[in-house]
Design a protein around this ligand. Structure first.
Ligand SMILES: [Zn+2]
Length: 275
């Protein structure tokens, strides 16, 4: 079994504040350890189920250099650093993976009672794919799906668990590590308890792989992105075949999801342009 494990930080048990995801703060140093421990717990669970597994861990938060390599379970390899062609899902396009797991996940932009909810950047208010509003969870799952890879486990707060249940169906293993009570407040499991639960859940998820279908998107793929500032739409409308819908919204159509996802990557980069 070849497994792709994407690890973000906002959904990790105990994490509630932007400082905890921002390099340079003492709180970040603790949060990255918690993130590393959750990744190691999932790796252990995968090997409990399949001692011959191959596991790629993708660090997918901010600078993509958060997981502490020497503290990660040594049976996995670590995908680290940026930029990456397909961002958080770069590597899935190898087409070699049997399943994917997403841990430390946060809710989509604008979600109520969802710690640190956002979609790629604080500048994006919404992303709508073929009429459905999706956050990072849906967009990343569709990228995996484009390469035939099912997402078999999703871990984060209660908002992530319900987003995943709606998107991915009842056979995906859902792990709630905290209950958000606002954008910067949650009641969380103890990190040790969360790691024990993640290990057991990852083991169970590997056994359920044949039951879970990849998330697929019909082609062609039309995406609308709503920005928080019209000046960002001004910039984004410079990309070939991206049309302006209104002051804050742009729309584009691409032949398939990976090509649409690359435009989303580019939009995310443009959102950090000083204007
Ligand atoms: Zn993140």
């Amino acid at each position: 079994m070849k497994v792709f494990v994407a690890v973000d930080i906002e959904g990790v048990a105990g994490v509630v504040h932007t400082d905890e995801g921002s390099p340079g703060t003492p709180e970040y140093e603790r949060a990255r350890r918690l993130m590393t421990n959750e990744a190691s717990a999932v790796i252990a669970g995968i090997f409990d189920a399949d001692p011959h597994a191959e596991v790629t861990v993708a660090d997918v938060h901010g600078p993509y250099r958060n997981i502490i390599p020497e503290l990660l379970d040594e049976r996995a390899t670590l995908l680290r650093g940026k930029p990456r062609h397909f961002g958080m899902m770069d590597g899935i396009d190898d087409g070699e993976f049997d399943c994917a797991m997403f841990i430390g996940v946060h809710g989509k932009a604008g979600t109520d009672d969802s710690v640190l909810s956002h979609t790629f950047t604080g500048s994006i208010l919404d992303v709508v794919v073929n009429g459905a509003s999706w956050g990072e969870l849906g967009l990343n799952a569709a990228m995996a799906g484009a390469y035939g890879v099912p997402v078999v486990l999703v871990a984060g707060d209660q908002s992530v668990v319900s987003e995943a249940a709606e998107l991915l169906g009842s056979d995906v293993t859902l792990v709630q590590t905290k209950q958000s009570r606002g954008h910067l407040t949650s009641e969380s499991m103890h990190p040790n308890a969360s790691c024990r639960l993640l290990r057991k859940s990852a083991e169970a998820a590997i056994r359920h792989v044949p039951m879970v279908a990849p998330l697929t998107v019909s082609n062609p793929v039309t995406v609308e992105v709503t920005l928080n500032r019209p000046v960002l739409a001004d910039l984004i409308a410079m990309i070939d075949d991206v049309e302006r819908v209104n002051g804050r919204t742009v729309r584009f159509t691409r032949a398939d999801f990976p090509n649409a996802f690359r435009i989303l990557r580019l939009i995310t980069v443009l959102c950090s342009t000083p204007v």
